[in-house]
Write a protein of this length. Structure first.
Length: 455
């Protein structure tokens, strides 16, 4: 009897999904006809259908976004970027924009269901008011599109962390495995780029201003990202999350794939010669080492030895590839001096005034890169708000450090926050969306995965 009921239920399930599939195929065919009659791309209906599916399914949506943000050059080379761009009238940038949009859709869905405490509501309202005021100033100074793009870069790291941390532990473990595979792919691509050489890469159509870069006489490989700094920040983010979990003394990834991802990330960091990525991992390692107070004295000593050994290997690796020159640091100091000498109003220049938003296709003013995210914030929000953010950062670090002994997961939070703050001193780290998504996965892993579980 039970077998008959199960068989009936399975037949009903198949019939229901068959009807849905037929209905979807009919709607898609009708949309194709409409696009042909209207002169639109035939790729538009299937691409929109895929994005609609990703917008309602969190795990596939996050998988899509993480892939797009961490291997954009690979998606260009395989034609995926061209297909999505063709669907929107040849706008190749729509692939990256769609990945960000999927994350924001899930973030809004979470916000609608959120039931905050009174304190959380006050904090969110205060942050929202400051952001809204700075956005209005940005609209006045630079126009609505540039200001909205600035809002995207400011809010995306918060949005992707909230969405990933809102998933159950099995989903987060899937994302960590996905990241490891993506780092392995980036590492293999970086090695291949060195073997192939820049001249042949240029002949294949690689962008000579972004993908093919020489700095201080060294070729800096992009891997499967858009350019070398993006690869270095992604690799530094993965290595920091991997090492912080190990040094926390509680959550240690045991699967071979994690270790393969870490080895590939080390290759990516060396191939990119990104000192900003090195600062991210180095500062985070120091923070994880000094904040680890759980476990036995032997375990803590081993953690410190591991941290020191990793820093030594990091320095030797950069020395081996000739990436220890001080020319770029001198350029940064010159840039900071000129920016600090300029008059910035107390209320700032508005969201989008500097950074990636000022270098976008919708920018109406000059391109302004600070190579220091704290100066970036001071110019967008004004020195008063920037100082308040710095105070809140110090307070958060103190709270995390004090609680690390009783809550080992806070070692991961502390290490990530210190690493991010240190790298923000030499680059606009917050605006590297692939690296921010990577750090969010590791923070969510420490937050949501129980101590006894691992991939």
């Amino acid at each position: 009897m039970a077998g008959q009921e199960l068989s009936t239920a399975l037949r009903a399930w198949r019939h229901a999904h068959a009807r849905t599939a037929l209905l979807g195929a009919a709607v898609l065919a009708l949309a194709e006809v409409d696009c042909l009659l209207a002169g639109l791309s035939p790729w538009l209906p299937p691409v929109l259908a895929l994005l609609a599916f990703l917008a309602v399914r969190p795990v596939p949506g996050l998988v899509y976004s993480v892939i797009v943000l961490t291997v954009p050059l690979g998606l260009w080379a395989t034609g995926v970027q061209g297909v999505v761009g063709a669907a929107f009238g040849g706008r190749d940038y729509m692939l990256g924009l769609s990945a960000v949009a999927v994350v924001f859709v899930h973030f809004v869905r979470m916000a609608v269901r959120w039931r905050p405490s009174h304190r959380q509501l006050l904090a969110a309202a205060a942050a929202g008011l400051v952001l809204a005021a700075a956005t209005v100033i940005g609209v006045v100074h630079h126009g609505l599109p540039q200001a909205l793009l600035g809002v995207r870069f400011l809010v995306f790291p918060v949005a992707v962390l909230a969405v990933i941390a809102g998933r159950p532990a099995p989903d987060i473990m899937k994302l960590t495995n996905l990241l490891a595979w993506l780092l392995v792919a980036n590492g293999a691509a970086a090695v291949a780029e060195f073997l192939i050489g820049p001249p042949r890469l240029a002949a294949w159509g690689f962008d000579q201003d972004r993908a093919i870069r020489y700095i201080n006489g060294n070729f800096r490989a992009p891997g499967l990202t858009d350019f070398n700094a993006e690869l270095g920040m992604l690799a530094g983010a993965y290595l920091l999350g991997y090492a912080a979990l190990r040094l926390s003394g509680r959550r240690w990834p045991r699967g071979w794939l994690w270790h393969a991802g870490a080895a590939a990330a080390a290759v990516c960091l060396a191939a990119s010669t990104s000192r900003s990525g090195a600062v991210l991992i180095a500062a985070g390692l120091v923070a994880a080492t000094v904040s680890t107070r759980a476990g036995s004295a032997v375990a803590r000593r081993r953690a410190r030895q591991l941290g020191v050994a990793a820093l030594v290997l990091l320095g030797l690796g950069f020395a081996a590839v000739g990436a220890v020159g001080a020319a770029s640091l001198g350029q940064r100091l010159s840039t900071w001096g000129s920016l600090l000498r300029d008059h910035v109003p107390l209320y700032g220049l508005g969201v989008g005034a500097v950074g990636a938003a000022s270098n976008s296709r919708v920018a109406t003013g000059p391109q302004v890169f600070t190579d220091n995210y704290f100066i970036n914030l001071a110019m967008q929000f004004g020195p008063v708000v920037a100082l308040l953010m710095a105070v809140l950062l110090v307070a958060a670090l103190g709270w995390l450090y004090r609680g690390a002994a009783d809550h080992p997961e806070r070692v991961v939070y502390f290490a990530v926050l210190v690493g991010l703050a240190a790298s923000s001193l030499v680059i606009e780290a917050w605006e590297y969306e692939g690296a921010m998504a990577c750090l969010s996965v590791f923070v969510a892993y420490a937050m949501r995965v129980p101590a006894g579980d691992a991939c």
